[in-house]
Ligand binder design. Sequence first.
Ligand code: ITT
Length: 221
Amino acid sequence: MKIYLATNNAKKLKELTRILAEVGLAGVQVLGGADVSAYPEPAETEWTFEGNALIKARAGAAATGLITLADDSGLCVAALGDMPGVRSSRWAGADHDDTANLELVLRQISDVEPPLRSAKFVSVLALVTPDGFETTTRGEMPGQLTYAPRGANGFGYDPIFESDDQPPLPPGAPRRTNGELSAAEKDAISHRGKAIRAMIPTLAELLSQPVISGQVLGGAL
Ligand code: ITT
C-alpha cells in the first residue's frame, strides 16, 4: 500500500516521513515528490491552513491516484495579529528563504518585550483519497520568540522559537530553541507531530479497508 506526501519542501517531507515511520504503519510505502511524475504545483490561494492543505492534497491525489497527505503550516505571531500564518514560507519574498523570513519577523517585533513575544506554530494535515474522501487534523505548538537565531536543527523559523513544552532541563540551563532540539525532541512536541498522530487512526482504517467511491467505510470515519 502506498501513500503520497504532497510537499515541495524537502525538510518538511523529512519530518513527515520520520514521524510516520515513528508511529509505525506496517507495510505502508511513503512516496515523496521525487517518486511520482511531476505535476503543476497548485496556487495556495486560501487564507486558512485547512483551505491550503486541502488544495495541495487534492492536487496530489488527482495527479497520482494515491491517498495523499499534505501539510500547510506556519508561524502565528501574536504581536503581528497571527501573521505570517499561511504566508510564512514567503514572508520576505516569493522564494523560500528561511533566513530572510525569520530576520524580517525579528525586525517587525524588535520593540516587543516578553511576554508579548508569544507565537505558535500551526500544522494542518489534509488527507484526500482519489475517491473524494477528505479530512483534516490540526496541531499547534505554543512558544516564545527569541531576539536572535540559535541552533541549526530543523528548518524555517525553528532557530527563533522556544517551545513552551520543551523537554525539562537542569536547573539554571537556558531554554532551547527548536533549532537546538534533536529531531526526536521536536517531533514529540511539534505541531506537525500532533497533526500526524491525530490523523493516524483515520489513515490506518483507510489503508486496511476498501474505499468505496464517494463514501468511506460506510461512514465509519
Ligand atoms: P509545501 O507547500 O510544498 O508543502 P512550503 O514550505 O511552501 O512547502 P507551507 O506553505 O506550508 O509549505 O509553509 C510552511 C512554512 O512555515 C515553512 O516554509 C516555514 O517557513 C514555516 N514552518 C512550518 N513548519 C515549521 C517548522 O516545523 N519549523 C519551522 N518553520 C516552520
